[in-house]
Design a protein around this ligand. Structure first.
Ligand code: SF4
Length: 226
């Protein structure tokens, strides 16, 4: 792997502590309420995480609402005609997701007695569930500590800690180590919601730094280097 793909990631305990504190406090006052964030039905939350892969939350909302309108159980989706699932999901493109959701329901019904496993390895073995969906499901919907990495979050960390972000950055060990260090053992759900929302809504490609809760120690803001 070239040097370009191995950015040096420097951080200090005080900077990490500052980031954690401020972002957790910010989350108290700022929370985006998407419908899958308030559902008590974990299967629906898992479906939402599959739909959200490579798709904006705003696009997913109407499709998700339509799919779960009748509050379908795992068994209901397992026996639902594939064409019906496909038609509901069609506006999002990426039609493989319809097939995966159907397969997921069948697998949970036949191999897991209608239960969703609560550990990352078993989740990753399920149809349609990739690393991001598995971590998001565990941390956001089951409050089990899991490391969340998506492009918005990588951009946020890259700017805050001052390392370059490239196509391969999310796969480097130093980034995983940093996120492992920074993700709290307690309050993981709140922390992960906060980084998701901050990365998506404030540390956007064109960031709105003046309203950012971590600007005082942000490398990008203070040094102008992204
Ligand atoms: S200060 Fe600006 S660049 Fe830094 S993390 Fe906040 S929004 Fe992103």
């Amino acid at each position: 792997m070239s040097e370009r793909k191995r950015p040096e990631i420097k951080s200090s305990y005080s900077t990490i502590g500052y980031f954690k504190r401020n972002i957790l406090q910010w989350r108290y006052r700022n929370s985006c309420q998407y419908p899958w964030r308030t559902t008590k039905i974990k299967f629906h939350a898992l479906i939402a995480e599959i739909l959200l892969q490579r798709t904006k939350a705003e696009q997913v909302i109407p499709v998700y609402k339509r799919l779960i309108k009748a509050r379908p159980s795992i068994n209901t989706i397992a026996v639902m005609p594939f064409s019906k699932i496909k038609n509901i999901i069609a506006p999002l493109g990426l039609r493989w997701r319809a097939k995966k959701i159907k397969e997921l329901a069948c697998t949970l019904k036949n191999s897991y007695k209608g239960r969703i496993p609560a550990n990352i390895d078993e989740l990753l073995a399920l149809p349609g569930v990739g690393p991001y969906a598995a971590s998001a499901y565990l941390s956001l919907h089951s409050n089990i500590r899991a490391l969340l990495i998506d492009s918005n979050i990588v951009r946020l960390y890259g700017r805050f800690f001052g390392f370059g972000v490239h196509a391969e950055t999310r796969r480097i060990r130093a980034l995983t180590n940093l996120i492992n260090l920074i993700t709290p053992r307690r309050q993981c759900r709140r922390f992960n919601y906060a980084v998701l929302d901050l990365g998506r809504n404030i540390c956007k490609p064109k960031p709105t730094c003046p309203i950012c809760p971590v600007l005082l120690k942000c490398h990008y803001y203070n040094k102008g280097k992204g």
